[in-house]
Ligand binder design. Sequence first.
Ligand code: NAP
Length: 313
Amino acid sequence: MRNNSMDMFDLAGKKALVTGGSVGIGKACATALAMAGADVAIADIDDRTGEKTAEGIRETGVDCVFIKCDVTSKDQVQAMVAKAVERFGRLDIGVNNAGIAILGGDEELDQSAWDKVIAINLTGAWLCCQAEAQQMIKQGQGGKIINTASMSARIANCNASYDASKAGVVHMTKTLAAEWGGFNINVNCFSPSYLLTPMHASTPLEARQCIRDLTPMGHMERPEDLYGTIIFLASEASNYVTGHDLLVDGGHTLNAWLAPLGRHIPPRVSPDQEVAQLKKDLDAMGVEYDENGINEDLHPEIADAFKGMLGLQ
Ligand code: NAP
């Protein structure tokens, strides 16, 4: 019997693995799990920042290790789980978050772009789920698997490769939840909206304002806006939740707005606060940016796509 309702969110002693964990949403997931007391392995294809992120998390008092891994390789994914288990002795929580977007109209997009997005976002997530579940089944004490989907699984806001990959993640999550419930493994996913990570470092100011104007909560999503979601899905607080897609979008997808939404008081988060974490990530990556955290050269295709949509070109 718990004495304190907060105890159900306690992850002390739990062992977690987060893919795409060097920066952005993955780093936020790793940070949240560490805040709740879990030891965390961060896996990423990018080792420039992975080691730094792991060091920062170790400084908070939990154990953290960086593991280099390309989630499209079954061998590397199996080795990633083995290395996490070698370090921690077991695995309780797997967050499968590595993902990319390659923008461009579907009428001209090269098949290689489609193949790459599906390989990382969907096949990679499945390979990770499989390797984590194999370990959790071996341990015999259940576990929590959490996949990063996107609001793009529900709406058409990117292109078919990205939107379909994320819709695939949502349905894969449901199927795996049904299959692995018998092992006490919960499989859930969460769906952010436009979130200010390095992926959005090139998104122009005009687009950011447009997103704010069309979001009831009135500010762009930040990595830390996901902390509560991750801790909930990783902890015993969500023991009876499985196969669920938790939408965390500030209300952005509630309707097809035609005009900026009215506001009565300022949003909880200011534009400066929105970019604070993004700037830290860009610092860690050694990437320069302006006072708004914008570097147009990091993802020029994303900058072009937004400029095209807003008639800025
Ligand atoms: P991000 O800032 O680009 O970070 C993603 C990390 O994953 C990067 O370190 C990236 O390394 C790594 N990665 C890429 N390919 C990989 C691979 N094959 N194996 C292992 N790691 C790989 O992206 P983010 O915005 O944090 O996005 C994280 C997840 O959230 C993705 O699944 C994305 O689709 C989803 N999401 C993002 C948003 C958003 O608005 N940002 C919204 C909804 C959902 P490199 O930098 O070297 O490529």
